[in-house]
Design a binder for this molecule. Structure first.
Ligand code: PGA
Length: 253
């Protein structure tokens, strides 16, 4: 779309998967990336319980760390929650906010997502803001309107090109093996790009990476990552095994 393009990011969202047994996958990943010329950044978002352990393994590697969710307060009486300051302390440099599973399982609204993203920025973390339509919305022809509205309401005033990444993840494509066509992805990403330019201005709006997420795997990564305005991937299932994740990262070698 433009001469200024964001640095792509391939981020692995482990979701509620992973114990200390999974540390070996991180060792494999950092080993495989050594000496490889990469045209993207690589991130792993494990469960909070593993952040510190994985930080010990990735500190001097090219793999950065992210959390999967956060509270919008610094601390306090919020049993079970994790603050952005805690994530930062454990070694994260980013946090996913507004994943559709959080929106569905925990009733998170765009307003909540925006305040979580603001909390990430306050702690010096990058917020990876997730948006995406349901199958019902897609069938009703409401995809662009839905995604545009989510973007507008989920970005806090503190968002800029250095602290924000957007992930477009059609809910119906997550974990299903289904993906939109490249034309469908191009249309949504172009719409998101326009929304970012409207929200952040032409310069910052062009520099925010827009990731695609939903059934990205080694066999489709190259095709999906080549779509205009796709600046990387948010990967669920295929990020759990280093060999699969590397197969996706290879789209950027
Ligand atoms: P998936 O998940 O790659 O397993 O479809 C993507 C995501 O939910 O981030």
């Amino acid at each position: 779309m433009a001469s200024i393009t964001p640095r792509p990011l391939v981020a692995g969202n482990w979701k509620m998967n992973g114990t200390t047994v999974s540390l070996k996958e991180v060792r494999l990943l950092t080993g495989m990336l050594k000496g490889v010329r990469l045209k993207c950044d690589v991130m792993v978002c494990p469960p909070s319980t593993l952040l510190s352990r994985i930080n010990g393994l990735t500190k001097s590697s090219r793999v950065s760390l992210g959390g999967q969710d956060c509270h919008d307060q610094v601390n306090g009486a919020h049993t079970g929650d994790v603050s952005t300051e805690m994530l930062e302390d454990a070694g994260a440099t980013a946090v996913i906010v507004g994943h559709s599973e959080r929106r569905a399982d925990h009733g998170e609204t765009d307003t909540i997502v925006a305040s979580k993203a603001a909390a990430a920025h306050r702690a010096g973390l990058v917020s990876i803001v997730c948006i995406g339509e349901t199958l019902k919305e897609r069938k009703a022809g409401e995809t662009l309107r839905r995604v545009g509205a989510q973007l507008k309401k989920s970005l806090p005033a503190s968002a800029n090109s250095k602290n924000t990444v957007v992930a477009y993840e059609p809910v119906w494509a997550i974990g299903t093996g289904l993906t939109p066509t490249t034309d469908e992805i191009r249309a949504v990403h172009r719409h998101v790009r326009k929304g970012l330019i409207r929200a952040l201005g032409p310069k910052a709006g062009l520099l925010v990476p827009i990731l695609y997420g939903g059934s990205v795997k080694p066999s489709n990564a190259e095709e999906l990552m080549a779509v205009e305005d796709v600046n990387g991937a948010l990967v669920g299932g295929a990020s759990l095994k280093a060999a699969d994740f590397i197969g996706i990262i290879k789209a950027y070698t």
